[in-house]
Design a protein around this ligand. Structure first.
Ligand code: ADP
Length: 179
């Protein structure tokens, strides 16, 4: 049985097997949740990101994809660095990029399962600096969590503001989810 939870909080404090980072394609650091994860987890995470850039991902991580590192000093065991798309504004381009946003959520959940995680915590990917509308990322996120073929037993969305937390609950209500 898969359980989906929606909570208000700071993802760096989550005692789960894996947390997801809304990273950028360089993997070499950014603001928002990415900055918070690197600050709280310490330099071991960035070292491992640099190693991935030097070996398997010389050009960075493509939008919609995800890679895992260990989690340094964080309570979690792994950080899954997912790259979401930048919001292009409403229109056909948004419809195209929404598929990449869904891939970012789906690939993160799938990678967590592949690592053997039984619990994963996820932020609202693309909904900060990348500007994606909150209600839309919430629907894409919850769809990905319900539809993923394989997933940890617990998928917990950890939202950093009351507004984002409400958006996720409203989206869950609209989708008829029991969260
Ligand atoms: P992106 O570049 O993908 O938009 P951001 O990090 O700017 O990524 O924002 C993604 C979401 O993560 C935003 O809703 C932001 O408020 C939220 N966020 C920022 N810090 C944290 C944190 N410590 N825990 C959980 N979510 C966070």
């Amino acid at each position: 049985m898969r359980r989906i939870e929606i909570v208000l909080g700071d993802i760096t404090r989550e005692r789960v097997d894996a947390i997801v980072n809304a990273a950028n394609s360089s993997l070499l650091g950014g603001g928002g949740v990415d900055g918070a994860i690197h600050r709280a987890g310490g330099p071991a995470i960035l070292e491992e990101c640099r190693r991935l850039r030097a070996t398997s991902h010389p050009n960075g991580v493509h939008t919609g994809e995800a890679v895992a590192t260990r989690a340094g000093r964080l309570p979690a065991r792994w950080v899954i660095h997912a790259v979401g798309p930048v919001w292009p504004g409403p229109g056909p381009e948004a419809d195209e990029r929404r598929k990449l946003l869904a891939n970012a959520y789906r690939n993160s959940i799938d990678l967590a399962a592949e690592l053997g995680a039984t619990s994963v915590a996820m932020p609202a990917i693309s909904a900060g600096i990348y500007g994606w509308p909150a209600d839309d990322t919430a629907v894409v996120a919850l769809d990905a969590a319900t539809e993923a073929e394989r997933a940890p037993a617990l998928v917990r969305f950890v939202l950093f503001s009351a507004r984002m937390h409400d958006e996720f609950h409203e989206a869950a209500d609209r989708l008829g989810l029991d969260v």
